[in-house]
Design a protein around this ligand. Structure first.
Ligand SMILES: *Cc1c(COP(=O)(O)O)cnc(C)c1O
Length: 332
C-alpha cells in the first residue's frame, strides 16, 4: 500500500491517542479494553468522517469544485464535518438531509442541526426516507451548474473506496502507534454504518497482513447484507490502495443485535453504555453510533466473545454533538 500517491488534505496535526479503559475493563473483569480517540480528530468537533474527508476534499479541489454536496440523516455528523471542511477550504456546502425517521427534521433542533446553521450551510434540502439520494444530490449539482458553479458530490458517510482510504490509513496508524506503545492488539471493534470505517480498517489490516480481526457493530442494516456490501467496499478500497490479494469474505464480520427498533432510535443498552463510559471513563459517546457500538462491545465481553487476556481496541468514531439532541432520553 502506498497512500502518499493520493492527494490528501491534512485536518489533524497529530496521531489520535490510544488510551486504556481501566475502570471499564476492571468492572467487566474481562479482556483489557482500549479506545482509539478518533472523536479527537480535527475539524469541528471531530469524528471519523474527518479521515475520509482528507482524501475526498483533496479530490474535490483537484477537480476544481467550488461547492461540496453531501447527504445524511437529520443529525448527521458526516454533514457537519463536510460543512466544516468546506468552510476551512473556502468552499460552499449544500446538504440533502434524509428523514430516515418520519418527521424527524426540526429546523430548530439542537445538536448537529444547530451546527449546520452555525457553520453557515448554504442550503438544506429535506427529503423523505427512501428517496434516491444520489438523484437528489445530482439535481443540486444541476442547479449550481446553471449558475456557473461546480459541485462535487460526496456520498453518504463519505463511504466510497476513496473515502475508505481514510481508514486504510488509520489501520497503518494503529499498527505504527501500538508498535511504539509495545501493545499487541488482538481484536478491533467499531460501529458499522455506511461502512467506510469498517471496510477501510479491514482493507488496511488485510493489506498489511496484520492478522487483527475486526468486528463491526451495525447501527442500521441486518448482518448479511451489511457484510456483503462492506466486503465489496473493502475489496475496492484495498485495490485502490494497491493490495493485490483478495480479502476473504469471512474477514467481514458484522453483529446486528444492537440496532434496536432502528437507525438513530434509542435503546436502553445504548443509554446505559453512554452513561457508563461517561461515569467510569469521562468519555462522551453518542446516541446513534458509538453508544450502540459500546453496548455491543460490553455485551460481547460479557458473553465471552474475547479471550480474558486479550487486548481489545474500540474505535471511538465521534458524534458527541448529537447528545444534545437526545436530552430527554439521556436524562432519564
Ligand atoms: C458516520 C459515523 C459512524 C459510522 O461510520 P461509517 O463509516 O459510516 O460506517 C460511526 N460513528 C459516528 C459518530 C459517525 O458519525
Amino acid at each position: 500500500m502506498h497512500l502518499a500517491r493520493f492527494p490528501r488534505r491534512h485536518y489533524t496535526p497529530y496521531v489520535t491517542p490510544i488510551e486504556p479503559l481501566d475502570h471499564l475493563s476492571a468492572s467487566l473483569g474481562g479482556p483489557k479494553l482500549w479506545i482509539k480517540r478518533d472523536d479527537l480528530l480535527g475539524l469541528a468537533a471531530g469524528g471519523n468522517k474527518t479521515r475520509k474527508l482528507e482524501f475526498l476534499v483533496a479530490d474535490a479541489l483537484a477537480q476544481g469544485a467550488d461547492t461540496l454536496i453531501t447527504t445524511g440523516a437529520v443529525q448527521s455528523n458526516h454533514c457537519r464535518l463536510t460543512l466544516a471542511a468546506a468552510v476551512k477550504e473556502g468552499l460552499r456546502c449544500r446538504l440533502v438531509l434524509e428523514e430516515r425517521v418520519p418527521d424527524s427534521y426540526d429546523p430548530r433542533a439542537s445538536g448537529n442541526n444547530l451546527l449546520f446553521q452555525l457553520l453557515g450551510v448554504e442550503a438544506v434540502t429535506v427529503v423523505p426516507g427512501g428517496t434516491d439520494l444520489v438523484g437528489a444530490m445530482e439535481s443540486v449539482v444541476g442547479e449550481l451548474a446553471a449558475a456557473g458553479r461546480r459541485g462535487y458530490i460526496i456520498p453518504g458517510g463519505g463511504s466510497n473506496p476513496l473515502g475508505a482510504l481514510g481508514y486504510v490509513s488509520c489501520a497503518e496508524e494503529i499498527l505504527a502507534q501500538t508498535f511504539e506503545l509495545g501493545l499487541k492488539i488482538d481484536h478491533i471493534v467499531t460501529a458499522s454504518g455506511s461502512g467506510g470505517t469498517h471496510a477501510g480498517l479491514v482493507a488496511g489490516l488485510h493489506g498489511t497482513n496484520a492478522g487483527i480481526p475486526v468486528t463491526g457493530i451495525s447501527v442500521r442494516a441486518a448482518r448479511e447484507p451489511q457484510e456483503e456490501r462492506l466486503h465489496g467496499l473493502a475489496q475496492k478500497a484495498a485495490e485502490l490502495a494497491g493490495v493485490r490479494t483478495a480479502i476473504p469474505r469471512d474477514a467481514m464480520v458484522v453483529r446486528d443485535a444492537y440496532v434496536g427498533p432502528g437507525y438513530s432510535l434509542p435503546t436502553d443498552a445504548m443509554v446505559a453504555a453512554v452513561q457508563r463510559l461517561a461515569q467510569s471513563e469521562g468519555i462522551l459517546l453518542d446516541p446513534v453510533y458509538t453508544g450502540k457500538a459500546a453496548a455491543g462491545l460490553i455485551d460481547l465481553v460479557k458473553s465471552g466473545y474475547f479471550g480474558a487476556n486479550e487486548n481489545v481496541l474500540f474505535i471511538h468514531t465521534g458524534g458527541s454533538p448529537a447528545l444534545y439532541a437526545y436530552q430527554d432520553v439521556l436524562n432519564s
